[in-house]
Design a protein. Structure first.
Length: 232
């Protein structure tokens, strides 16, 4: 479902006279349907940058990012903004560490707007099920999440990312800032997606989460520009 070959990224620091900051080079990985592949390595080696290039938030400097969508391969590295939006709509989901939403929209409506292939009543039922599973108090469902705690906002973020069925799912630390019970609830959702055949590429700094979910670990240190030997 995902094939990455020769991927490279360098950031240009315009406020520092155009200085260049190489991040990764020659990234190569695959993710199959029903598989959870985890990007490993310490903070700062480029794991989130790889996810953002696959999602189209960052442009790649070199290489291919092919994702399977509607029975054909699309190279995200060469895709137009319109093509990337279509991929996000139907094929590629993304859960980041941060909740970014339109102000004054209620938590339940944020989740419902992600569900495109159901009636309003079905979307309501799906959203309520997710919020209940993630232990979000019902008194908060009709409120905008801007004033929620960090953990509550993250659970809204997760519910939004898992609400619709997309065959590819990118996860950037979805269990960060969650207590043990809510972490386990998220693990259950990820298992459910794997069972449904979703291809998952994820970052988990929590070793226990990684051990429970990872089918394979790809050590990103092997792709960093100043990399030493990788440890699998």
């Amino acid at each position: 479902m995902i094939k990455v070959d020769g991927l490279a990224k360098t950031f240009v620091l315009h406020l520092m006279g155009g200085a260049e900051l190489p991040v990764v080079k020659d990234v190569g990985l695959t993710v199959n349907a029903g598989e959870c592949v985890v990007l490993g390595g310490p903070s700062g080696v480029g794991k989130s940058s790889i996810l953002k290039m696959i999602y189209g938030n960052y442009r790649a400097d070199a290489g291919q990012i092919r994702v399977r969508a509607d029975g054909r391969w699309v190279d995200v590295a060469k895709a137009s903004p319109r093509q990337i939006l279509r991929l996000r709509h139907a094929s590629v989901g993304y859960v980041s560490q941060f909740l970014r939403v339109i102000p004054r929209i209620s938590a339940i409506d944020i989740i419902k707007t992600e569900i495109k292939d159901m009636t309003d009543a079905e979307a309501e039922t799906r959203a309520r099920k997710l919020l209940t599973h993630l232990s979000v108090p019902e008194r908060l469902w009709s409120l905008p999440p801007a004033t929620f705690s960090g953990g509550e906002q993250q659970r809204i973020n997760i519910a939004r990312g898992f609400a619709a069925h997309r065959p590819i799912l990118l996860l950037d630390e979805p269990t960060a800032s969650l207590d043990r019970n809510n972490r386990d609830a998220v693990i259950d959702l990820i298992y459910e997606k794997k069972t449904d055949g979703v291809a998952i590429l994820a970052i988990f700094h929590d070793e226990q989460v990684r051990e429970r979910l990872a089918d394979r670990v790809v050590d990103v240190r092997s792709f960093t520009v100043q990399a030493g030997p990788a440890v699998q």
